[in-house]
Design a protein. Sequence first.
Length: 103
Amino acid sequence: MKRLSIVLVLLLGLSGLFVLTPGVSDEDHEEARRLMTLGEILPLEDILKAARAEQSGRVIAVELENKNGRHVYEVELLNAQGEVWEFYFDAKTGEMIKRERED
């Protein structure tokens, strides 16, 4: 499955909705909606809440990828100190897989 990318612009706080952004096809959005409807992934709002519970800051990007048959959300947050943190969550369970500061 190809990589699904979602760049957040005005999405914050909207459950299960994906904003159409330049460079992201309608097919990507439809695939994300389909996966959510089938229960294969959690709504993006749930993942954003989990990320913010780990690190305060502004969400600057979200990607939904299929890694070895596992759907994974990657969330990038910019904190008040100007640091970018990346969080990886299992898209089905919401379990945090990894957290790292970007260099």
